[in-house]
Design a protein around this ligand. Structure first.
Ligand code: NAD
Length: 715
């Protein structure tokens, strides 16, 4: 029995139902042989009227087999290229059958899945929210190598196709229909195959119906080919614009652009060959390995609950109390209500709580205005949020999250005052960003039910939540916090209590190194631009201004007083710069009237001029490569230390947390994955070089030495 079920009906229409042996239909060896057999048989079939491609799975077809892509190795490019040729050859045979072929798309068809659809003469999709169409390969450092680049360009024209290819934009059936990516939609999945057959029968005498647009005589690429003046301009400008976006760190979009332009220049089959070469090149790059490992495999591990204690039944939070309706509290209230959870939003006065709720009104109004929600749906969400100043309203919450001011005493006080309102076995979560969970939990009568639930700002946009277990946090509490985070559709990483947990602690090293470079006399503009050159969204000095020099000074003071920071050690360098900036010059950061930068009303910023006199030493000898490596290696080393000391419970948590929480460069696949493709041995050697010149903080962690010695990857 083939995994592609073959059924011919009385009208001579063959329906192929893809039902591969894995959990999803994917382009692997099994697919290649099933497709080859199917096309062989279709070519031989007598009395054939048409073909319908359907799927027995919920997802129509998932795309390339990422294990196979991950295994592609330098040195075996020829083998990989052959595999692509076979895939493409059979798809080309399919689209050249003398009868119409129709895709009956009952679920997501992304990547390879949509490439199969593109080979069909007619595409009908179920208009359901589970159905997404597109070519997202770029987000994994790849390109659609099953003909996707070439066919999309031939279908839509270069200009319209580029956003789908370069940004991996996915669309719902209605949008795909409007764009011309599909031809019809149905209201139910059951209508798909009958509709496909009806289309075949209605068009059986139309010879053109079985010929792809690009195989018709006199076909021209919509919008013109590469030599048309309008496209020439786009083709000239696009590489520069792209480079500005990727900073030259991501080879995939560059290759995609290249192949897309070739698709407007070459004949169809030659363009397909160029596309195969493009994917072969990309598949073996470290960037693709990093992105596949983290964005697919790591993400599945994290969201799949690898760090959630097993054997604890899933829990659905019904009523959550949010204490503090400030910047964070109002966002937490919004995302919870959006997930259908009842929210009690408490602040020191009803007015303050109402103000917090008004934030949800603002966000929901925007959704309504954009047509993403109805007025009635908006009101349903708003009804779930109860603003209050009364503790009694918290009665029966299965979760309370506090987001009051960052002050240990205040947090202790409110824990004592309100935890009794929790339902039996309810969970207390603190959204602290700097205070140790174990110490915060000391105010609680049930420390096993106390946990850190660290959101990122702005809460409605940031996809990550860092869950922090204190010394006494129980598995049951962790499981509940984890389930709540999934309920509000965020990605939870789980870490153990430590100064700055994982994210802040790791991110802090990037800022710290930036300030050290400044103190050594490096030009501040160079520091920030090299931070961006390694792929960070913002340079370290600019970020320091955003998070506030004033706040970090206060946090450090607080830690010192609490005795959790027992020595300033080497950190004194940074502390002295911050003290000089804040205490001597009143430069507390962007929201304190300026910091390393000064800010104009029009939103522009420039280095605060006295900074040059204070720190810049022309002639300072630190090479660009050293600056870049210092800014990158510090957070990598810190992440490895977190792994070594079990602050991080898994490699995947570290990678996903660094990418989604603190903006680690996507090409690295996260701060731990980076070491896998850089090479552990090479990493250790480079650490040692940096250590010799710049100090102990670059000493390679033991865990890196172990991996270098064993050759084992961080997984
Ligand atoms: P904020 O100052 O905007 O809001 C704090 C709110 O708590 C205020 O509305 C205040 O009136 C209220 N409040 C104070 N005492 C209260 C009490 N006894 N009962 C009820 N409400 C009370 O602060 P924020 O930026 O939202 O931060 C809140 C917490 O979240 C802090 O612990 C902070 O460290 C943490 N955090 C902040 C960020 C961030 O980016 N701002 C990120 C992660 C975590």
């Amino acid at each position: 029995m083939s995994v592609f079920k073959y059924e011919k009906d009385a009208d001579g229409i063959v329906t192929i139902t893809m039902d591969m042996s894995g959990p999803v239909n994917a382009m692997n060896e099994e697919y290649r042989s099933a497709m080859a057999e199917t096309v062989d048989r279709l070519e031989r079939e007598q009395g054939l009227t048409g073909v319908v491609f359907a799927s027995a799975k919920k997802v129509f077809f998932a795309g390339g087999d990422l294990n196979e892509l991950l295994a592609a190795e330098k040195g075996n490019e020829a083998g990989f290229m052959d595999m692509l040729r076979i895939t493409k050859h059979n798809l080309r045979r399919l689209e050249k059958l003398p009868v119409p072929v129709v895709a009956a798309i009952n679920g997501a068809a992304l990547g390879g899945g949509f490439e199969i659809c593109l080979c069909c003469n007619h595409r009908i999709a179920w208009d359901d929210k589970s159905v997404q169409l597109g070519l997202p390969e770029v987000s994994l450092g790849l390109l659609p190598g099953g003909g996707g680049v070439v066919r999309m360009v031939n279908l839509l024209g270069l200009e319209k196709a580029l956003p789908y290819l370069l940004e991996g934009r996915k669309v719902a059936p209605a949008a795909a229909l409007a764009e011309g990516m599909i031809h019809e939609t149905t209201a139910t999945a059951e209508e798909l195959v009958p509709r496909a057959k009806a289309w075949i029968l209605a068009n059986r005498s139309d010879e053109e119906a079985a010929v792809q647009p690009w195989d018709r005589k006199g076909f021209r690429v919509p919008g013109g080919n590469a030599s048309s003046p309008k496209l020439a301009q786009l083709i000239m400008g696009a590489p520069a614009m792209l480079r500005q976006k990727t900073r030259g760190l991501l080879p995939a979009p560059e290759k995609i652009l290249d192949c897309a332009v070739e698709a407007c220049r070459l004949d169809f089959d030659s363009a397909l060959e160029v596309e195969s070469r493009g994917l072969t090149y990309l598949a073996v790059t470290p960037q693709a390995k990093n992105m596949i490992s983290t964005f697919f495999f790591g993400m599945n591990k994290v969201n799949g609950g690898a760090s959630r204690p097993r054997d604890i039944a899933p829990y659905t939070t019904k009523k959550v109390g949010v204490l503090g309706a400030g910047m964070m509290g109002q966002g937490i209230a919004y995302v919870s209500a959006m997930a259908g959870i009842e929210v009690v939003l408490k602040d020191i006065s009803v007015e303050a709580a109402e103000k917090g709720k008004a934030y949800s009104v603002k966000l929901l109004d925007k959704r309504v205005a954009r047509g993403r929600m109805t007025e009635a749906q908006k009101n349903e969400v708003l009804k779930l949020i109860k603003p209050t100043a009364t503790d009694a309203d918290l009665q029966g919450c299965d979760l309370i999250i506090e987001a009051v001011f960052e002050n240990m005493e205040l947090k202790h006080k409110i824990t004592k005052a309100t935890e009794g309102r929790l339902a039996e076995n309810g969970v207390w979560g603190s959204n602290t960003s700097t205070l140790p969970i174990t110490q915060l939990a000391e105010a609680s009568a049930r420390q096993e039910n106390f946990i850190g639930i660290h959101f990122f700002s702005p809460v409605d946009k940031m996809p990550l939540v860092e869950i922090i277990c204190g010394e006494k946090t129980s598995d049951e509490t962790l499981a509940r916090a984890f389930d709540y985070t999934r309920q509000i559709r965020k990605t939870p990483i789980v870490v153990n209590d430590s100064m700055g947990f994982f994210t802040s602690r790791t991110f802090g090293t990037y800022l710290d190194e930036g300030v050290r470079l400044l103190n050594e006399g490096v030009h501040p503009v160079q520091i920030d631009s090299l931070g961006k050159a390694i792929g960070m969204p913002v340079g370290p000095l600019a970020v320091y201004d955003e998070v506030s020099l004033e706040l970090s000074r206060k946090a450090q003071e607080a830690w010192k007083e609490m005795g959790v920071l027992d020595k300033w050690g080497d950190g004194s360098v940074v502390r002295s710069v911050i003290d000089t900036m804040v205490v001597e010059h009143g430069r507390g950061g962007r929201h304190h009237g300026g910091g390393f930068y000064e800010y104009s009303e029009d939103g522009s910023k420039a280095i605060w001029p006295p900074l040059f006199d204070l720190y810049y030493k022309p002639g300072t000898q630190v090479s660009e490569q050293d600056i870049k490596d210092r800014l990158l290696f510090r957070p990598v080393i810190e992440s490895l230390k977190c792994l070594e000391t079990q602050v991080l419970r898994s490699v995947a948590d570290g990678n996903i947390g660094s990418i989604m929480g603190i903006g680690a460069p996507v090409w690295t696949g996260g701060y731990i994955q980076f070491v896998n493709t850089y090479g552990a041995q090479r990493f250790v050697e480079r650490c040692r070089e940096l250590e010799q010149v710049y100090g102990e903080r670059f000493q390679p962690p033991k865990i890196a030495l172990d991996h270098a010695a064993s050759g084992e990857l961080f997984r």
